[in-house]
Design a protein around this ligand. Structure first.
Ligand code: FE
Length: 341
């Protein structure tokens, strides 16, 4: 069957298969970069409260490109993702719409949402310093100190171009200016124990193995490692380190976020708004945050006991939207100092 109509019928059947049940009226369709098992509990709570079913399309990359290609026919209602870079990216890519909701504005502090209401954070994570319990006596640190020659050959990190580090470096530029940030980045590079490689957990492993004494990593990985039954060796990696919150006593620790946005052409707009308002609630933030070892944002909410055991986080108060404007400069600096080389 190679006739045109036959081909079209086949394509139609294929696309129906690819997006099962995605545009029915009692549903809300979610395009997600977050792992399905992590968001299931909070989505189940939403369905229990509202009767609205959720359909999740899980993506590991290409969300923006997919939505741009789908255009006005996109079945997506709500986007769930992590990282300020991706949230700004979907807004700048033209696939979101503003959401004017008093409920969301009350639940999410202003520094964690877009000033034009295109994206909203749901939880945050700190970009902290993992320090060897055995070989690092101090319990306080600043980001500036990571460039101090006293740490020569003792620090591990993943690639400077990874979005988590770009966010951190962008925050350094926002606070101290480009020139100071470049000098700092050179100093940090000079202190590395090995060329940047691997993920945040691999840096914790480096502390455990004795290759490094300090590492840069996100808070939630510590919780994920401490409770990892599938790879129990990671419990040892996490047990070998303590969490230091950089700049706890002055400007605060750099944080990044998980967040949400409404799709530009959301076919189920009312349900999407209900879901976003539900996700912004303190109750939903706590369910979600505890599942992924992150911090809920609403006043009066609490993270999991494991996360609390790291100590208090004092987050940098600079709006993430402002920090994000320095992301491309940060990326250029990483190249300029040959950080990963
Ligand atoms: Fe991560």
């Amino acid at each position: 069957m190679t006739t045109r109509s036959g081909l079209l019928a086949t394509l139609a059947a294929l696309s129906a298969l690819a997006t099962p049940a995605m545009a029915q009226s009692n549903t809300v369709n979610i395009y997600s970069y977050r792992q399905p098992e992590l968001i299931a509990p909070v989505l189940d709570a939403f369905t229990a409260e509202t009767g609205i079913e959720t359909q999740v399309l899980n993506l590991s990359d290409g969300l923006l490109e997919r939505m741009q290609a789908e255009g006005a026919n996109s079945p997506a209602d709500v986007i769930l993702t992590v990282d300020i870079g991706r949230l700004v990216g979907v807004k700048d890519g033209g696939v979101t719409q503003p959401v004017d909701s008093e409920i969301i504005d009350e639940n999410i502090p202003a520094q964690y949402r877009d000033s034009e209401d295109h994206w909203f954070a749901l939880t945050m994570r700190g970009r902290v310093v993992y320090a060897s319990k055995e070989r690092v006596a101090q319990d306080e640190i600043t980001y500036a100190e990571l460039a101090d020659p006293k740490w020569a050959g003792r620090i591990c990190t993943r690639s400077g171009q990874h979005s988590y580090n770009i966010g951190l470096f962008a925050s350094i530029i926002a606070h101290e200016g480009e020139e100071a940030a470049e000098a700092w980045l050179r100093g940090l590079k000079a202190n590395l124990a090995r060329p940047p490689a691997g993920n945040d957990r691999a840096q914790a492993q480096g502390i455990y193995s004795g290759e490094c004494d300090l590492a840069i990593g996100n808070t939630y990985y510590v919780g994920l490692m401490l409770t990892n039954e599938e790879n129990p060796e990671q419990k040892d990696w996490a047990a070998a380190m303590k969490v230091l919150f950089p700049n706890a006593n002055d400007r605060g620790t750099h944080v990044n976020i998980s967040g949400m946005a409404m799709a530009k052409n959301a076919p189920n707009r009312e349900n999407a708004l209900k879901l976003m308002e539900f996700l912004s609630s303190g109750e939903a933030q706590e369910i979600y945050a505890k599942e992924v070892f992150e911090y809920p944002l609403k006043d009066g909410t609490e993270p999991s006991d494991i996360v609390k055991s790291f100590g208090e986080i004092n987050p940098d108060t600079l709006p993430l939207e402002e920090i994000a404007t320095y992301r491309s400069t940060a990326s250029q600096l990483v190249d300029a100092v040959d950080f990963d080389g």
